[in-house]
Design a protein around this ligand. Structure first.
Ligand code: ADP
Ligand code: SF4
Length: 671
C-alpha cells in the first residue's frame, strides 16, 4: 500500500549539524538492561529499530569513566578500546539500514554510587550518592572539573572512532551535569550560584566537544525543559533562561522534563504527548532542531506537533520498543498494523532489575540476538498440523496470531462473548484503558489471516476437545485469584476466608458490587490492589488498603509508578495499613496482624477483597495430558504479567515443529 501523502512531512530529512537524519523518526536514548554486559544483544536490538525505519537510533546512557558506574543497573560504557569494539557492533547494525547512530555520553555524578568500581563518586558539592547508599560524593574541585572535561572529550573521540554520528552531552535526569544546573548547586566559584555559573560546565562541554569531533559528528544536548514534571509554567523559568543562554550552541536539543515518573509516565497517569505544554516554548528560543518524546503512537499526533513547530523530530523510546517497525508501517500505508505501546512500563523493569528488556506488546523485544526472533518475520510452519487453542486471553491470542502467521490452520475457542481475557476486563479499571490495545492489535492482525478462526461463547470441555480432533491442543485458560489468602505472606488459608464477604478481583471484574466498608488486602504488590482500591473508593465506598509490604504496590517501583500510585491513594483519602498481614476474617471485621510484632488490629469490613496469588485454570490440561498432543501457555501454565502471557504464547508458536530448537545464546563482552 502507498503512503498517505499527508504523512510525507514525517519522512523529510532533517539536518543535524554536519549529519542528516533520513527522516523525522528518532529513537531517543533508552535503557535496555543490556548495556556493556550484552553487546551483541543490544546491537541486534538497535539494528532492528533501524531496519524498521527509525532514521536515528541512539544507545542507552553510556558511561564515560569508571567514576560513573551505575551497577546493578547495566549502562553502556566507552572507557577504553574494548568498548569501542563493542559499541561499533551497534553502530554497524544501525548503519546497515541507513540510519544515524547516536551515543549518549553519561556521567552519573551523585546518582552513581560506584559500587562496582569503588571509585569516589563526584558531585558539585558533597552530597548523598546513589539511592539510599550510605556514602557521599567528593565535592569536585577545579582539577576534578578539568578531569571530567578530559574524560568527556576522550569518550567523544572514542565515540567518533566507533562510528557514531551524534554525540550527546547529557544534562538531564539528575546526573552530574544536571546536578550542576540545578539551584541546589550553591558553589561559590564560577561553576555555581547564578544561572550563568551553573550553566558554565554544560556550555564548556558543548563547545569543547564540538571543537573536538564536531567536524563529522553532531553534538546533541539532553536537557530538562522544566524543573518539575507536570504542565507547570513556573517550573520552566530557569531552564528557559539557560536555554536562551546556550541557544544555538549544540546541533540538536533533546528535550525532556525533570520528573521521570512524568516523562516516562505510565498511561495510567500520563497521556500521549504529555510533555507538549511543558516544552512547547523550546523552539522559540533556538534555531536548532528539537526532539522530544511523548509515547507517540498516533501518526496524526506526530504530524500535528511537527506542523505546529513544537518538535522537528519524533522522539520515541517505548513506541519503538512496542513496534520497531512503526515508521515503516506509516511509510507503507499500514497504520492499522502499528503495534501501539500500552504505556505499562514493563520495558523499564528490565533495567530496574538489571536484566534484559522485555515488552508487553512485542514479545520479540530483547530476543533479537539470543533467540534470533524478529518482530515482523517468523519462520514458516514445520508441518501440516492443525492447532486448537482454548482461551482467547493475551496468551491464546498471541499464539493464534503467531501460529497463523507461520501458516498453521488454527481454531480458537473462547468461553466469553468477547476476546481478550484479563486484558479486556482489566482495561475497564481506572486508568488502564490503553491496555486493551493488547487485544485489539492481535484481533486486527488475526483478521488479515484466512487460516485462523475463532469462536465466541464457546466454552469447550474434554469430550469436545477430543471430538474436535486437532493435531495439537493448546490450553490458554488463564488463572483465577484465590479466595483463601494463600500468597507471599500466608502459606495456609486464612481463617474465615470461606465467607461470602470475601471476594477477589475476578468478582469485581465480573461486575459484582461489594458493600462497604471494604478492606483491600494486597499481598500481590503489583498494580491490581491499588487500582481496585481506587475503583471502589470512586464508587463512594469506604476503603482501607492493607499490605504486608513497607509500601503499597511496591513492585511498581520498577515501572516508575509507585510514588504516583501512593499519591493517588492518599489523595483519594484511602487509609493505608502497611506492614500488616490479614490474620483472619470475622463476622464484620478484618483482623490484621503486624508483620513485626504480631500485634493485632481490627478494621470494620463488610467486604474483604483478597489479592494474594492466583490458581492456574489447568484442569482441562491435566485431564487430557498423555492422551493427545497438548500444551499449556500463559497464566494457565504460570500466572504472571500480561507480558509473560504474550511471551508464552509467542514462544509456543515459534517452537511448534521447529526443526532447529529455539536457541538461547549467552552474550558476553567482545574483547
Ligand atoms: P492469559 O493471560 O494466560 O491469556 P486470561 O485469563 O487472560 O489468560 O484468558 C483466559 C481465557 O480463557 C479467558 O478469556 C477465559 O474466558 C477463557 N477460557 C477459560 N476456560 C475456557 C474453556 N473451557 N473454553 C474456552 N475458553 C475458556
Ligand atoms: Fe510500551 Fe509496555 Fe512495551 Fe514498554 S512494555 S514499550 S510501556 S507496551
Amino acid at each position: 500500500m502507498a503512503r498517505d501523502p499527508r504523512f510525507d512531512l514525517l519522512f523529510e530529512p532533517v539536518e543535524i549539524g554536519p549529519v542528516t537524519a533520513p527522516n523525522r523518526f528518532y529513537q531517543v536514548p533508552h535503557c535496555t538492561g543490556m548495556g556493556y554486559r550484552r553487546p551483541n544483544s543490544v546491537a541486534a536490538l538497535r539494528g532492528v529499530k533501524a531496519e524498521g525505519g527509525w532514521g536515528t537510533v541512539c544507545t542507552e546512557y553510556c558511561s564515560i569513566h569508571p567514576s560513573s558506574d551505575d551497577e546493578p543497573y547495566p549502562s553502556a560504557s566507552i572507557w577504553d578500546d574494548g568498548d569501542i569494539r563493542a559499541m561499533s557492533l551497534t553502530v554497524d547494525k544501525i548503519h546497515e539500514h541507513g540510519a544515524l547512530a547516536g551515543i549518549e555520553l553519561w556521567h552519573g555524578g551523585a546518582a552513581s554510587a560506584n559500587n562496582y568500581t569503588r571509585e569516589v563518586p563526584l558531585g558539585p558539592y558533597s552530597m548523598l550518592a546513589g539511592v539510599y547508599d550510605p556514602l557521599q560524593t567528593k565535592a569536585m574541585d577545579k582539577s576534578d572539573i578539568k578531569d571530567l572535561k578530559r574524560w568527556h572529550l576522550e569518550a567523544a573521540r572514542r565515540a567518533k572512532r566507533a562510528g557514531f554520528d551524534i554525540v550527546y552531552v547529557y544534562a538531564a535526569h539528575w546526573y552530574l551535569i544536571h546536578q550542576f544546573l540545578l539551584p541546589s548547586n550553591r558553589r561559590t566559584d564560577e561553576y555555581g550560584g547564578s544561572v550563568e555559573n551553573r550553566a558554565r560546565l554544560l556550555k564548556e562541554l558543548i563547545i569543547e566537544t564540538k571543537e573536538e569531533i564536531g567536524d563529522t559528528c553532531a553534538v546533541a544536548v539532553r536537557f530538562s525543559a522544566s524543573t518539575g514534571g507536570e504542565d507547570d509554567d513556573q517550573n520552566t523559568t530557569e531552564p528557559r533562561e539557560m536555554l536562551e543562554l546556550l541557544g544555538d550552541l549544540p546541533d540538536l536539543w533533546d528535550i525532556t522534563v525533570h520528573d521521570y515518573s512524568y516523562e516516562m509516565g505510565t498511561s495510567r497517569f500520563v497521556p500521549e504527548a504529555g510533555l507538549e505544554k511543558t516544552m512547547s516554548w523550546v523552539k522559540s528560543v533556538t534555531d536548532k532542531p528539537v526532539v522530544s518524546v511523548g509515547r507517540f503512537t498516533s501518526p496524526e499526533t506526530m504530524l500535528r506537533l511537527v506542523r505546529q513547530g513544537v518538535i522537528d523530530l519524533i522522539g520515541a523510546a517505548r513506541p519503538s520498543i512496542a513496534d520497531p517497525f512503526l515508521p515503516m508501517k506509516i511509510a507503507e500505508g499500514r497504520q492499522d498494523e502499528i503495534r501501539e505501546c500500552i504505556g505499562c512500563n514493563i520495558c523499564y523493569t528490565g533495567d530496574q532489575t538489571g536484566t534484559p528488556i522485555r515488552c508487553t506488546q512485542n514479545p520479540t523485544m530483547g530476543e533479537e540476538w539470543r533467540k534470533g526472533w524478529h518482530p515482523e518475520y517468523i519462520p514458516e510452519k514445520g508441518s501440516e498440523s492443525s492447532v486448537l487453542i482454548v482461551g482467547g486471553g493475551p496468551a491464546g491470542l498471541e499464539a493464534a496470531l503467531a501460529l497463523g502467521q507461520r501458516g498453521y490452520e488454527v481454531a480458537l475457542t473462547e468461553a466469553r462473548r468477547e476476546l481478550g481475557g484479563r486484558v479486556t476486563l482489566e482495561s475497564r479499571l481506572p486508568g488502564l484503558e490503553e491496555w486493551v490495545r493488547v487485544r485489539d492489535w492481535r484481533l486486527t492482525m488475526i483478521g488479515k489471516l484466512k487460516n485462523v478462526d475463532y469462536y465466541l461463547e464457546s466454552e469447550i470441555d474434554e469430550d469436545q476437545i477430543l471430538e474436535y480432533g486437532a493435531d495439537h491442543v493448546v490450553i490458554a485458560t488463564g488463572a483465577k485469584w484465590r479466595h483463601d489468602g494463600v500468597g507471599r505472606w500466608h502459606a495456609q488459608p486464612i481463617s474465615g476466608w470461606e465467607s461470602t464477604r470475601v471476594i477477589t478481583p475476578d468478582d469485581i471484574l465480573a461486575g459484582f458490587q461489594p458493600e462497604g466498608p471494604v478492606v483491600v488486602y494486597d499481598d500481590d504488590h503489583y498494580y491490581i490492589g491499588g487500582v481496585i482500591a481506587e475503583l471502589l473508593r470512586r464508587d463512594g465506598l469506604d476503603v482501607t488498603l492493607v499490605t504486608p509490604a513497607n509500601e503499597i504496590s511496591t513492585w511498581t517501583r520498577h515501572t516508575e509508578e509507585q510514588y504516583r500510585i501512593q499519591q493517588r491513594i492518599v489523595e483519594l483519602e484511602i487509609p493505608i495499613e502497611t506492614c500488616m498481614a490479614l490474620a483472619r476474617v470475622t463476622a464484620d471485621h478484618a483482623v490484621l496482624g503486624s508483620i513485626y510484632t504480631g500485634r493485632t488490629k481490627e478494621i470494620e469490613a463488610a467486604t474483604v477483597v483478597m489479592i494474594t496469588s492466583r490458581a492456574p485454570q489447568d484442569a482441562l490440561y491435566h485431564s487430557l495430558a498423555g492422551q493427545i498432543a497438548i500444551d499449556r501457555i500463559g497464566d494457565c501454565l504460570n500466572p504472571g504479567t500480561i507480558a509473560t502471557a504474550v511471551y508464552s504464547g509467542h514462544k509456543f508458536a515459534r517452537e511448534l515443529d521447529a526443526s532447529v530448537p529455539v536457541p538461547f545464546l549467552r552474550d558476553s563482552r567482545v574483547v
